[in-house]
Design a protein around this ligand. Sequence first.
Ligand SMILES: Nc1ncnc2c1ncn2[C@@H]1O[C@H](COP(=O)(O)OP(=O)(O)O)[C@@H](O)[C@H]1O
Ligand SMILES: [Mg+2]
Length: 261
Amino acid sequence: MSTPLLELRNLGGGYPPISVFRNISLSIGNRESVGFFGPNGHGKTTLLKTVAGLLDPWEGDILFAGTRLNAEGRMRARTSRNLNYDLFRRRRIRAETVVRAGLIYVMQGNLLFPEMTVEEVLDIAPRAAEGRQGVAEMRLLVDDLFPRLCERRDSKIRYLSGGERQMVSIAVGLLALPRMLILDEPTLGLSPKLRIELSQAVRRIRESNVPLVIVDQNVEFLTSLVDRLFLFDHGSITREIDAGSMPSHDEIMTMMFGETL
Ligand SMILES: Nc1ncnc2c1ncn2[C@@H]1O[C@H](COP(=O)(O)OP(=O)(O)O)[C@@H](O)[C@H]1O
Ligand SMILES: [Mg+2]
């Protein structure tokens, strides 16, 4: 088998001193897209932030295209009375290393600079793609995916709707020329109409051969989009389902939450 694009080996992490997820092992192939589905507050975002280099992993390794992204080292149990979070930094991972490798994370809740205009944000976004070809083509795709952003190019981010901000966030991720794009609940909190619009854009991103790792609460959308779905519960992957044998919405709900009356 060829080297996986993303490989997690026994990954664990959280917010010191609270462990949120553990024992996450998975391999994602070069052209594969995967989804995560699970209840709120069970650690999906924490896992993705760790993979993206925003939080330090407590144990295990993150490999991207065969290169380990996190520093090696063992995290020691803390015994001192005063909290010393620096101990957790022994396994440090740098967001810059992750971005340069082409692993791009679009955060849940689109945190953008409110005083910048859409155009200004889209102009600086390709800096993350430093050294890689294809920014102009990607800009064409972005304009095609989100015509609404062209209309609003001179607006400050603070005046955009939630859906429009989400579009800008995804556009920024794309303009970094991802080798893999991580989308954390891209349709969260949107009106039904915008949710459909965003879902269609995500589908087209997938079809343009950008491998996705995506968390979403809409299980039908996920099952129709990805090659593999991971059910995620209490900080662990509880089940892995292939596209070929994708269960119905009701079956997934039963796997996740048990029989409902
Ligand atoms: N910044 C933070 N500091 C401490 N705990 C957090 C922080 N963010 C989230 N948590 C906690 O981590 C757990 C997992 O949250 P999260 O990863 O956001 O779950 P999900 O994305 O599956 O909804 C929750 O119990 C949440 O309260
Ligand atoms: Mg989340």
